[in-house]
Design a protein around this ligand. Structure first.
Ligand code: PMP
Length: 426
């Protein structure tokens, strides 16, 4: 038996320990692989929960971390600053859509979004025209804190905490052919004049089932929010850093949000860090002789210098290495392999956005708690593939160093898995 078992005191995330008490022990990572204690290489087809971009332990990022360790550990980030955070902020603003002017650091995707929501409400509060409602999209996911769960899809994940979640207004997911309903709903909500912000995952809704929509909708969201002075918060925690084919998904619509949330791939996935970027107006609304108007948010590990150094090295990788070409190659590899799934009745809704490919397994029971999910996971795990379907939605989101043969193995196993699930059901 590999890894830690039920005797371990560790409580793992999104895990039902009673049903799956054994965790595979990883002793090393390398490129697209996790190497277990028996020396087996597991293909990390989901980039370790979507964080690893270039590959595990990219040499330049590892070296930057080593060097930073010679000079820094954590430094309080009120009253004090440091060069890695300063240089990174300049670098992020250089890469972000024009109009982003300030960078607020935190340490996870959830905190990046919490900060964004607080910035939006603070903006209206400080401008003496308070607005307190947020519009979100059906099937959205923004994190697991109380605030971000409030903004996300309600369901089995957050039912126990529902009494604490705040109310939001929800626009329907823009299914193909029904996009106008989504736009009309947004306009209706905004017209009321109480909406501080529209919070969305641009182009791909990740945890909600890799649901994809067209870039022209983002342009429309920007147009409507601008018309009603509603802020647009782009949660690019998952879509950022190349996943959708461009550095940021917003680029594909040529829009600038008012607030931009980044995390996961910001360090290439090596260390936890998040950045919430905002416009000069939002910063200015918090600028005053009055101390009660400052932005009241901090966490102990804000702008950890080692993580900032890793992120700086990541920016350098983006500048100096052919990252865009690698991303295009991954997109092409998916495209070629998805062709054979399109006419296959065992699958439906074959879709791709850049380096993300997804398909639905045609089964009767869907949803996160469907037994299909754990069965598929176990099937893939036996084949040394890290693939974690979202219910019956199977997706691949590999690091950009993935090879043709890695993907062939993954797609081959997806086809076999469809038969396996069918046989188990009959
Ligand atoms: N926003 C989006 C779009 C995400 O996909 C996630 C995480 N999967 C988060 C926010 C939360 O990030 P974290 O898990 O780092 O808190």
């Amino acid at each position: 038996m590999t890894g830690s078992s039920s005797t371990s005191p560790v409580w793992h995330p999104f895990s039902q320990h009673q049903l799956e008490p054994v965790f595979k022990q990883i002793v090393r990572t390398d490129g697209a692989y996790l190497i277990d204690e028996n020396g087996r290489s597991v293909f990390d087809a989901i980039s370790s929960w979507w964080v690893i971009t270039h590959g595990h332990r990219h040499p330049a990022i590892m070296q930057a971390i080593r060097l930073a360790l010679e000079r820094f550990d954590q430094i309080i980030f009120a009253e004090y600053t440091h060069e890695p955070a300063e240089a990174l902020a300049r670098g992020l603003i250089g890469l972000a859509p024009p109009g982003m002017a300030h960078v607020f650091y935190s340490d996870s995707g959830s905190t990046a979004v919490e900060v964004a929501i607080k910035m939006a409400l603070g903006f209206f509060h400080n401008n003496r025209a308070p607005r307190s409602r947020v519009v979100v999209m059906e099937h959205g996911y923004h994190g697991d804190t109380i605030g971000t769960m409030s903004a996300g899809e309600r369901g089995v994940f957050n039912a126990p905490y529902a009494p604490l979640l705040f109310d939001v207004d929800t626009i329907p997911f823009p299914e193909e052919g029904r996009e106008q309903q989504t736009l009309d709903a947004l306009e209706r909500f905004c017209r009321g004049g109480e909406i501080a912000a529209l919070l969305i995952e641009p182009l791909v809704l990740g945890a909600g089932g890799m649901k994809m929509y067209s870039p022209h909708l983002l342009t429309e969201f920007r147009r409507i929010t601008e018309r009603y002075d509603t802020l647009l918060i782009a949660d690019e925690v998952m879509t950022g850093w190349g996943r959708t084919g461009t550095l940021l998904a917003c680029e594909q619509s040529d829009i600038t949000p008012d607030i931009l949330c980044l995390s996961k791939g910001i360090t290439g996935g090596a260390l936890p860090l998040a950045a919430t970027l905002c416009t000069a107006e939002i910063f200015a609304a918090h600028l005053s002789d009055d101390r009660s108007r400052m932005f009241f948010h901090s966490s102990s590990y804000t702008a950890n210098p080692i993580a900032c150094a890793a992120a700086l090295a990541n920016l350098d990788v983006w500048c100096k290495e052919p990252v865009k070409e690698r991303i295009q190659a991954v997109a092409d590899m998916h495209h070629e392999r998805l062709v054979r799934f399109r006419p296959d009745p065992r699958f439906s809704n074959i879709r791709q956005q850049g380096t993300i490919a997804a398909l639905d397994l045609a089964v009767e029971t869907t949803g996160y708690l469907s037994e299909v999910g754990p069965r598929l996971r176990a099937f893939f795990r036996q084949r040394d593939l890290l693939i974690r379907p979202l219910g019956n939605v199977i997706y691949l989101m590999p690091p950009y160093c993935v090879t043709e043969s890695d993907l062939d193995r993954a797609y081959g196993a997806i086809e076999e898995a469809a038969d396996f699930i069918r046989k188990a059901a009959s």
